[in-house]
Design a protein around this ligand. Sequence first.
Ligand SMILES: O=C(O)[C@@H](CO)OP(=O)(O)O
Ligand SMILES: [Mn+2]
Ligand SMILES: [Mn+2]
Length: 544
Amino acid sequence: MNTRPLVLVVMDGVGVGPGDRYDAVATADTPTFDRLRGAGVYQEIFASGTHVGLSSDSDMGNSEVGHNTMGAGRIIAQGAKRVDDAVLGGEIWEGAWRDVVTRATTGDGTLHLIGLLSDGNVHSSWEHLLLLLDHVKADGVQRVRLHTLFDGRDVEDRTADQYAERLEDALATRTEGTGLDWAIASGGGRMVTTMDRYEANWSVVEAGWRAHVQGTARPFTSVGEAIRVLREETPGISDQLLEAFTIVDQEGAPVGRVHDGDAVVIFNFRGDRAIELTRAFVEGSGFTGFDRGTVPDVFFAGMTLYDGDTNMPPVRLVQPPTITDTVSELIARAGLRQLAASETQKFGHMTYFWNGNRSDPFNAQTETYIDIPSDQIEFDKAPQMKAAETADYIVRALQEGGYDFLRSNLAGGDMVGHTGNFDSTVLAVEAVDAAVGAIAAAVEAAGGCLVVTADHGNAEDMVERDKQGQPRASEGGQPLWKTAHSTNPVPLYIVDYSDQEWAAVDGVDAAGLSNLAATLLTLLDLPVPENYRPSLVAVARNSG
Ligand SMILES: O=C(O)[C@@H](CO)OP(=O)(O)O
Ligand SMILES: [Mn+2]
Ligand SMILES: [Mn+2]
């Protein structure tokens, strides 16, 4: 019976901010954070850019790269960077891309490109899309249809019209005078169209299926008209929530539904929000997500691998990084027992991403995964989300004993931060603080060790800023609320209630999320592999 459980809490999207009135973490009443800060080690660590395997230090962090890096204990070139390298280096055009082009140029085939219109580099990249279009042209694809998802979550909100115009320009400059037939065929805001994740709400994917595939979503004659009318109907609506639509011609017929013989490419590179639509295209009659009607017989390719366990999609343009020997694999091999608990919105973060893009436990006998159903509403309406319920699970598991390493994710700082609603985000952070407080009390009662950190920033900086860092205002003089993640560092608290003796290691170079795995192994008294980044603590003597 283990008497010294180690507990990790990842507070999604709770970074260390400027401390001003746009910092929802500093504004929130957080007695737990204040108490923990004085009770053990407190440090700020890197969680963005090259510190988490992205191409540049101006790239904000995100959950995929954050959890991958924490779990891997190393800085690994991430999907985003790998796709960047493959696209910029040209390798991408030599593999499955050739088959896409063959299908799209055979008979009356159409090439459909589906993805997020964004400069966010979280799920997709604008540069990748432009280079795709260049190659589509060079390869002579006559008929192309774009299915565009609006972001407002990784880029400034209420910019969907600008992205749509940029895309229309990009299409026009490539097709003018050529006779090529390229057009935007459907779209919608990413949170209500297509980009659900972890099966939280399949109706989101169904709405996308109607828009992109069946051509039966709400009809508009242009993307500009769609955005204008939807905004008029709901003033102030976030781009993320724009209703799914289909572009129709003068007769009301969809300009680009998907037919047998077409080729379909999803150009998003991140798996969590691309896998469900992928499955809808690829899976046979066993598919239960929603009623697809007749499934068109298409050649389907994803930008990269979206799920390693199920090998989805079977055809992808770029191979993903292989991440092995992640911290939970090592802990499983050592025979220790592990629990992972999270609400649905972040479930795969603490399992799939944490484990190096692998959904299944390494050892089903010693690992338990708990998925607490998330609410199906906009998260600023219930900003506490499932923080208390998640804490309850951990608390009960600690009281009952039986696990050596327990990890959980508290989603509110991030998910509510993405709504741009400052007051709700403050409430979300307060709920996270309370949940950490409940977990801390249980860790103390169990004589264990508590580690609290975050995967990237979000809630700590809720306003768009100019290049000098000054807050920007909307036309009406209101703060221009920011919905995206940040490049800020994140906090790391280590509070030990056991009798284990250890000390913080000073002067670790560029301490970041990649140092967490070695730190956890050290606290568990397990060896740290040589290729891991170093631990932030050193154990003096074990008395457990
Ligand atoms: O919601 C998401 O998909 C991303 C933002 O695009 O957030 P996170 O990386 O925290 O999951
Ligand atoms: Mn996150
Ligand atoms: Mn997020």
